[in-house]
Every structure is written in C-alpha cells, then in structure tokens.
Ligand binder design. Structure first.
Ligand SMILES: [Zn+2]
Ligand SMILES: [Zn+2]
Length: 366
C-alpha cells in the first residue's frame, strides 16, 4: 500500500553498519570539500582555510563584543543571523505553531463529527488536561518561543556554543551561494543544514553522553505538535556551532534564512503531531509524521532508525530508514525516569548524566 511495506520484512531490519556509512559520509565530505575549493578558487571573496583561521583569531574580540552588544542594546548588525534568529525567527515559530494548533482543532472536529469529541484529540486539550509529559512539552515550547534559551544558557555559563556561532557567522564568509542562481543557492543551503542535522541527530543516539541529553526528547510518552520543542536546552546549545556551517558555506540572504526557518519549523511540528500518517511516495523526499513517530518508538525493532529532520532521503542514503511492517509505535524510552519528579529534575538529571559520562565512560557500544 505505502512505500514502507515494499522493501523488507520486519525481521530483516539491517544492522546499523556505522563504519560503512561513515566511509560514505567521508566520501561525500571529500567530494564536497573539493567542490568548495574549486568554487572558492574562482572567486575573489572567498577565503582559504588558513585565512579563515587567521580571521577567526584576529576578530574574536570584536565578535564577543558584538554578541554582548546585542543583548545590551538589541543592535542589528549587517549580517547578524544571531539577531534575526532571536527576534523575527521566534515570532514566526509562534505563528506557525498557533496556525497548526488551530488547524488541529478543525481537523479533529471534522473527523469526529462533533466539536467536543474532536477537541479531546487535540494538542490544546492535552496541554490543559493532559499528563506531566504533555505539560513538559508546553513548558519547553514557551521557553524556546520566548527565546529564553540564549539568555538562560548564558546565565548558566554555557556561553561557549552560542559564542562560537555568533563569532563564526559574523566574521567568516565563504558564500558559495553568490556563484549560483538564487534557487540553487537556497536549495544548497537547506541541503547542507539538513545533512548536518541528520548527523548530529544520529550521533545523539549512538554516543552515550549525547544520548543522555537527547533521551529527554524521547521521554515523551504521548506525541503532540509541541513535542518538537521538547529538547534539552544544553543539546540545543551544542547544535549552534553546527548551524553556523551552512550559513558560512552558502551565505543565504536573511529572507532565505527565514523561509528555511519557517519550512523547517512547520515540518518538525507536523512530524511530532499525533497524526500517524505517511505522505505515500513523497515520504521518500520529506519526513512525514509516521516516519518520525516511528523514530520515537520504544519498540526495539524501531531503534536507531529514521534520523532525518526535513529530507527523508538521508536515511536511505546512509541505510537507517525503517523498512519493517510495524507502523504502530509506542512512545517513550526504556527505563524512563522522566515525567515523574517534576520539570526541574527532568532538566537537571540529563545535564548531570552528560557530564558524568564525559568524565567516566564516553562511548556506548552499538
Ligand atoms: Zn532522536
Ligand atoms: Zn522527535
């Protein structure tokens, strides 16, 4: 019926085969780097790796100052994605979330044929009358929507990753996009950003210390639109330096960056909603709710599958797509210590376990 059931039977789920996929990734990176080098050679505005290093160290004090200035004076800089992200980007996130929350009400109303019965299925109802897990989703959404992550992370002294992001984005510019037509530049930007998101997510599952943080995202025992934002702030902080890479490499315009933010945001919200639907053949291209809901499943058959964030084909390329028949996920993690002792505990425990892991036993097997 759908594209999932075509390929293999459930017990033929392939092994993770990390080595093979790392070799493929390395190959793509090498080809990519050669490409970057060739394009870089042809333009007067690009920098060699040596120049980038020099630039980094030389301009560090200015970058630190610009970040502090932003928080003190809310000053916009010429190419300051940090500022754009922290202001307009988050307003858009709220708007997209609200639109989808309202859409859910109408969708379930129509489906149930009765407003009250339909309402019980919606994310809105769950936040008001639901479990602790659902309440946690709401807290975290408000936290990110109000852009508190930057401020709180700074307050906690975890400034590093944010500073690296601001420093890189404001001072290093390769900008392959300027040699390409607008559509190609935009596509390349999304592809690079999403490729990195796939790999960060995969490492978050296969590296024990990162898993301690990412486990919080997976500890949700029911899914709804806002589960998308149920991320540990420290895990989000660590992704910031990574987010600088596509901006530096491709150099999108501010509107392009905002369009990407909106698309990315709509897709991550949808994929966490409790509509367990696939997009049919389009599942090959874009991550559907079913694709990601299976990623959240606590059934061992579904483990370590479907890491992609926006484009689903990364999982085909790197051999991690779930190809089994079982499309009924069960949500949560094994030994789920979350959702019981309060929000503060749920925030603190992963953080503590992360650092304990750093100093004791870094790598999980398998
Ligand atoms: Zn995950
Ligand atoms: Zn998720």
């Amino acid at each position: 019926m759908n594209s999932h059931s075509l390929s293999t039977s459930p017990d033929e789920t392939p092994d993770l085969n990390l080595r093979g996929t790392l070799i493929r990734t390395l190959f793509i990176l090498v080809v990519g780097l050669i490409g970057v080098y060739i394009v870089g050679m042809s333009g007067a505005h690009s920098y060699s790796p040596g120049e980038i290093l020099h630039y980094l160290f030389k301009t560090a004090p200015a970058a630190v100052q610009s970040t502090i200035n932003y928080y003190l004076d809310k000053v916009f800089y010429k190419y300051d994605f940090w500022a754009v992200l922290a202001s307009t980007g988050f307003l858009m996130i709220i708007a997209v979330a609200l639109a989808l929350l309202v859409f859910e009400v109408f969708y379930y109303w129509k489906k149930a044929g009765n407003f009250r019965a339909g309402m019980r299925e919606t994310s809105l109802y769950r936040f008001a009358f639901g479990s602790k897990s659902e309440r946690t989703d709401l807290y975290l959404f408000l936290y990110y929507a109000l852009s508190l992550d930057g401020l709180i992370v700074m307050a906690l002294g975890l400034l590093g990753p944010f500073l690296i992001f601001a420093l890189l984005v404001n001072n290093v510019h390769i900008g392959i996009g300027q040699y390409l037509p607008t559509w190609a530049s935009f596509l390349l930007f999304i592809l690079v950003a999403d490729f990195l998101a796939y790999w960060f997510h995969r490492f978050a599952h296969t590296t024990s210390v990162l898993w301690e943080l990412h486990k919080f995202h997976h500890s949700a025992t029911s899914m709804n639109l806002l589960t998308a934002h149920r991320n540990h702030p420290f895990e989000v902080a660590m992704q910031y330096p990574l987010r600088a890479i596509p901006i530096i490499l491709v150099g999108p315009s501010v509107p392009e960056f905002l369009v990407y933010t909106a698309i990315h945001h709509a897709i991550i919200l949808l994929q966490h909603s409790n509509f367990n639907v696939s997009f049919g053949w389009f599942d090959r291209v874009i991550v559907s709710p079913r694709f990601h809901l299976l990623h959240h499943s606590s059934k061992p058959d579904h483990f370590d599958r479907n890491y992609a964030v926006v484009f689903a084909f990364w999982d085909d390329l790197f051999g991690t797509r779930y190809k089994g028949e079982d499309i009924q996920p069960e949500y949560g993690v094994t030994a789920n210590y979350f959702n019981q002792r309060g929000f503060g505990f749920d925030m603190w425990a992963p953080f503590k376990r992360f650092w304990r892991g750093i100093f004791r036993k870094p790598i999980k097997l398998g």
